[in-house]
Design a binder for this molecule. Structure first.
Ligand code: NAP
Ligand code: MG
Length: 503
């Protein structure tokens, strides 16, 4: 499976893609296996619309087997009770192996979901490696506490793993979203069952194989591919799963909470959608603001939970902003072949997402917004699920395109009178994942950061992230926090121990 060097040209990547041996099996209890009931689903390359492979489609039987293997490994203590530094060594080797397989990961996530190889090599893979390393390095820094009880007792707390954790992740950053959850879940000693999205199941299996190669014991990290409705639901309703760590849409996040309530009250953390506002004020550094607004909505084809899809611009600079935005988009985002290292924008993930995004574009026009750019398939790319970078102006915050998550390359620009109006519109949303403010006025920036209803705030910047910084939202954007020390807490629980010392 390992490609020794990174292909240099689009032709090299295509040669590799054409001759690659795509793994269609799942990974349960330390071994590759097909679905017990023999089901399959097609993995389609969205750049061409052609089928790449017939993937194993897991069902309840496979989930039961994976959960049983995970529970066995957990009870046996092969991972959960391994010395903290032992887990650290394995996870650090795991991170090294991910880095060494960069070309494989770039290829798999590109051919399955349309991600550019440049994006994979420049962002997803290094970020995944950094996040696994962060979790590994934190393992021996986790502490309990001795609390201030009466002299007659010693009371202390132990931070312990939850047990068997189900991880359900989306397709927009396949191996990266998985790594955000795997790092802390494994670091704390849990066993995991990962259910990737159907559009992007291959890189998950490679992650599990590399964990085993790094010395991870059998049963600790399992992957069950298959549909959300069958494999995902079986996992989220399982009576022997202690937690679901979920990233995906708001409606499915809601189902996770319902399934937990209807089964065993398992813990649920959700990272759901967003409609992040970028509030751009007249006293900002306009060049920087424009570039970040362009990247904020068009990177990863706009299929980003925190995409800066509501762009609010102070009237005094509105016209200039629009002109510069359109020029910079033309220079930075030309859709093309995602396997071309020079390409910065690929197709949307699948036919369905393509229809959804085109439906929102039609709705924007119906509701009276003006199409300033894009609006359909880019010229010459009628094959594959492409949408050109699209921008609506003359929009209002109550339009569908300003309220619902489009999850595609569609920005909505709204003029505002001042920061107060920007803040009010920013908070008029069911979502609260990311937000940014662009201004030279320090006090104004901090007021915005304090008052905006959002899990993450960027001041004169956008999308900055780091393993040390929590990632997650408020309101319907979810209740979880990925990355940072907080994530370790979310994959563990605290136990209270009393020892009677005598009077
Ligand atoms: P999705 O449709 O909600 O699916 C997410 C995952 O849930 C997939 O693995 C899916 O499997 C599974 N699933 C679907 N129905 C299920 C069910 N009834 N029971 C159990 N599992 C089920 O989301 P998506 O379309 O893959 O991803 C896009 C969404 O993810 C967007 O809303 C985006 O904002 C959000 N997202 C959020 C963050 C964040 O950090 N907040 C990060 C990335 C993405 P199938 O694919 O097989 O249906
Ligand atoms: Mg889906």
């Amino acid at each position: 499976m390992q490609i020794s060097s990174i292909p240099a040209t689009a032709a090299d990547w295509h040669r590799l893609a054409d001759g690659y041996s795509y793994e269609t099996r799942m990974f349960i209890d330390g071994a590759l296996c097909d679905a017990a009931e023999g089901g399959r689903y097609e993995s389609v390359n969205p750049a061409t619309g052609r089928v790449i492979a017939a993937m194993s489609a897991g069902t309840q039987v496979d989930v039961d087997r994976a959960v049983a293997a995970a529970r066995r490994a957990f009870r046996a203590g092969v991972w959960s009770r391994l010395a903290p530094r032992g887990r650290m060594d394995v996870l650090l080797r795991f991170a090294d192996l991910i880095a060494a397989h960069a070309a494989d990961f770039a290829l798999l996530d590109s051919v399955e979901m349309g991600k550019t190889v440049s994006g994979m090599l420049g962002f997803d893979i290094p970020s995944a490696v950094a996040n696994i390393r962060f979790a590994a390095e934190a393992i021996d820094k986790v502490e309990g506490a001795v609390t201030a009880t009466a002299r007659s007792a010693l009371h202390y707390t132990l931070r312990q793993p939850l047990g068997v954790v189900g991880l359900i992740v989306p397709w927009n950053y396949p191996m990266l979203m998985a790594s955000w959850k795997l790092g802390p879940a494994l670091a704390m000693g849990n066993s995991v069952v990962l259910k990737p999205a159907q559009q992007s199941g291959m890189s998950a299996v490679l992650l599990a194989r590399l964990f085993a190669e790094a010395g991870g014991p059998a049963g600790v990290f399992n992957v069950v591919n298959g549909s959300g409705a069958r494999a995902g639901q079986a996992l989220a309703r399982h009576m022997d799963v202690d937690k679901i760590g979920f990233t995906g849409s708001v409606p499915v996040g809601g189902l996770m909470m319902r399934y937990a309530g209807e089964s065993n009250l398992k813990h649920v953390t959700t990272e759901c959608g967003g409609k992040s506002p970028q509030v751009i004020l007249a006293d900002c550094d306009l060049d920087r603001a424009v570039d970040n607004a362009v990247h904020g909505i068009y990177s990863n084809q706009g299929e980003v939970c925190a995409a800066g899809s509501r762009i609010m611009v102070e009237r005094a600079i509105h016209e200039e902003f629009l002109q510069r935005f359109i020029d910079r988009t033309a220079a930075l985002y030309r859709p093309g072949d995602p396997l071309d290292p020079a390409c910065g924008m690929g197709p949307l993930v699948d036919d369905r997402q393509h229809r959804t995004v085109c439906g929102y574009i039609a709705r924007g026009l119906e509701e009276g917004a003006r199409l300033a750019m894009g609006g359909g398939a880019p010229e010459g790319l009628e094959e594959g699920f492409y949408v050109a970078p699209t921008l609506f102006t003359e929009a209002h915050n109550d339009m569908t395109i300003a309220q619902e998550e489009i999850f595609g390359p569609v920005g909505v620009v709204m003029p505002i009178d001042d920061m107060e109006q920007g803040l009010e519109l920013a908070n008029s949303s069911i979502f609260g994942l990311g937000a940014s403010v662009w201004t030279g006025d320090l006090a104004r920036a901090h007021r915005f950061a304090r008052d905006v209803e959002s899990g993450m705030v960027w001041v004169n910047t956008f999308f900055d992230q780091d393993p040390t910084a929590p990632w997650g939202g408020v309101k319907q954007s979810g209740n979880g926090r990925d990355k940072c020390r907080e994530a370790l807490n979310q994959y563990s629980q605290i136990k209270s121990v009393w020892v009677h010392l005598g009077d």
